[in-house]
Write a protein that binds this ligand. Structure first.
Ligand SMILES: Cc1ncc(C[n+]2csc(CCOP(=O)(O)OP(=O)(O)O)c2C)c(N)n1
Length: 202
């Protein structure tokens, strides 16, 4: 695929997480699983429409990719997408090496990089000095890219779903909070997700 790829974090367009989340969900036609990380990624996932195949992580930073990896390995015919914030990914960077080693084709990771811990008050993360795409490539994930703009995001997601990965997509986003609040009921979230993945009936 020919695409306009920004050289780095510095020339990627600053977009909006809810807008990108809606664009992602609009492309899902095959009961793909989506794992929202703690905080704003799962708030915007919740607000984009509560699909039974959505899982909303509460409380622990950095677990969207590890959970998505587990689901991708358990259900190789289902595409699985992880949505994670930059602060959360920094807390769990080692998961990228694990993804590279296990290399599930059905896994896509989307990092929403606002450079802050937005949900706890907007403190800056150290990500300003870090290039997540370089880190992901260095971990061994060849299909890694910064998002140039919204159209590019659509193309990257379409390619990830069609061609397989693992794919790592990093998007620069603004500092706005999520547009809603996930219902904080872990048992309900887990049960609904298990039914959505057809691993629990009733
Ligand atoms: C181990 C741990 N440390 C701190 C927190 C408090 N905390 C919850 S969310 C969050 C910030 C998350 O930042 P990021 O992943 O970048 O997402 P954003 O808030 O920007 O959407 C912090 C510090 C926590 N839940 N767990």
């Amino acid at each position: 695929m020919t695409r306009r790829e920004p050289a780095s974090h510095d020339n990627a367009k600053v977009m909006n997480r809810f807008e990108l989340t809606k664009r992602l969900v609009a492309q899902l036609k095959h009961e793909e699983a989506v794992i929202g990380g703690i905080g704003n990624t799962n708030f915007d996932l919740w607000s984009s429409g509560q699909r039974p195949q959505n899982f909303y992580m509460l409380g622990s930073m950095g677990l969207a990719i590890p959970i998505a990896l587990g689901v991708a390995l358990a259900q190789p015919k289902r595409h699985v997408i992880a949505l994670e914030g930059d602060g959360s990914l920094l807390m769990q960077l080692g998961c990228l090496a694990t993804v590279a080693m296990l290399a599930p084709k059905n896994l896509t990771m989307v990092i929403m990089d606002n450079g802050i811990y937005q949900i706890t008050g907007g403190q800056p993360t150290p990500a300003a000095k870090s290039d997540f795409v370089a880190i992901a490539r260095g971990a061994g994930i060849a299909k890694s890219a910064w998002v140039a703009d919204e159209e590019d995001f659509d193309q990257l997601i379409a390619a990830a779903l069609k061609e397989g990965g693992p794919t790592f997509i990093a998007a620069r986003i603004d500092g706005k909070p999520g547009v809603g609040t996930t219902n904080r009921d872990p048992v309900q979230i887990r049960e609904r997700f298990m039914r959505g993945l057809s691993v629990r009936n009733g």
